[in-house]
Design a protein around this ligand. Sequence first.
Ligand SMILES: Nc1ncnc2c1ncn2[C@@H]1O[C@H](COP(=O)(O)OP(=O)(O)OP(=O)(O)O)[C@@H](O)[C@H]1O
Ligand SMILES: [Mg+2]
Length: 503
Amino acid sequence: MSLNDLTLQIEDMQERVTQLHKQTNSSSSHLQQLEVMMTALAELGFAIDELQLANQQLQAKNEELAIAHQTIAAERQRYQQLFEEAPDAYLVTDTLGVIVEANSAAASLLGSSPRYLPRRPLANFVPKEEREFFRTQLSQLSRGEGIFEWEVNFSPPKQPPVFTLVRVAVVRNSRDTNISFRWLIRDISQRKQAEEALRKLSQTEREKTTQLELALTELQRTQEKLILNEKMASLGQLMAGVAHEINNPVGFIYANIAPATEYTNDLLHLIELYQQHYPHPVAEIAQQLEIINPDFITEDFPKLLESMKIGAERIIQIVVSLRNFSRVNEAECKRVDIHEGIDNTLLILQHRLKQQPHRPEIQVIKEYGQLPQVECYPGQLNQVFMNLLCNAINALDELNKEHSLEEMKTYNYTIYICTEVNEKNSVAIRIADNGSGMSKEVQQKIFDPFFTTKSVGQGTGLGLSISYQIVVEKHSGKLQCISDLGQGTEFVISLPICQRKLP
Ligand SMILES: Nc1ncnc2c1ncn2[C@@H]1O[C@H](COP(=O)(O)OP(=O)(O)OP(=O)(O)O)[C@@H](O)[C@H]1O
Ligand SMILES: [Mg+2]
């Protein structure tokens, strides 16, 4: 029975009760009963009205529900379509990584049909050697830890491997328990290839740049070496030539001094005998004796010969030094006395150390230690001493540019040369001057080839760069500079006593 029928019946009963009420006036108890019935029937009518209203509302809700249901179905279809047709691979797995759902992009990425993917563990598509790591990631995801995005290398059957970036979202139920994972898998093989190509390209570029830099450095070195070789060769040849030319005549002079002394002594002795036995010679001889003053000759001539001997000995010493210095025939590494090399160099520089119109003589203070013979290329090392000593003299010459001659008259122009044995089987040679010194900026560049503070034509700027090369590269030693502007300069050469591996 519908609500409407019920309402009609109740209205009918109400009618009949009203009729009964009109006909029955006999007893009051009957009347009371009828009034109770009429009240009950009236309330029943109200209840049915409310019920009818509720029914209408229910029907409206039902209609709304039906519309919502249709919308959800349409949404689901749309989602399914999106899921299916998405260009990226989408997967749903359970928390153990077993595939529940996969779109066609995922299927083609994994080299399988979408129908066969469900129930297969996703880990099966990861190469064996990377599976362990993949499973660790999965278990971390289940615990809600770990990263949600990482790179995975998939190797689908019968297909080349695919480099992907996976992004995983954890799906939780209302009790906050993980129920599944949603995977977005993006193929980044092309990006990886491009990155790799770029990396290789920049690596090649870097290598090329390094090669170019090396080639440039090598070129500079070769240039320096060429200049050095040329310098050394021409200097050496010049020195050797001059030494050879001087050697012979000075040899005659020196060799003749001894017989000349003997002859002179004989002649002087003869004059003395004549004077003893003929105390009154003839007038002409007496006059001549007066002029030449034999007593003075007797006294002065041996001195004269002695100084000639010393002079000749000095020339011979210089000739030896010149030959030693140039060492044209000694290209090999050998054990030598370092002090001999320094002394030879000083001897050659003697003329520069002497008093000059602009300054007094430069004092050379030597503090030589007990050095063993040092294994080295002696000719090249002499070149280093020459460069350092020349620089020291130049720095002392510079002083009068900043001070007046008067001021500098009392100044002690000094070069200190000190040698000692270091621990660790090496020797140290210190060459210091109390000259102009250097600023920090100049010090940073002194070993650069062609760096010079001298005016054009005064210096090549190669002295120290060549010295550095000789000490550090040729002899595995060290060349340090300690200096301050206005405080003088000290160069320290450290050389191993034995050359282990000769370059
Ligand atoms: N003892 C020193 N005191 C002050 N400055 C120095 C000293 N030694 C070197 N220098 C500075 O270092 C620069 C470079 O020296 P380096 O010997 O390489 O070249 P140069 O002396 O200028 O030229 P070259 O040696 O070819 O004649 C010098 O120009 C000078 O400024
Ligand atoms: Mg120099």
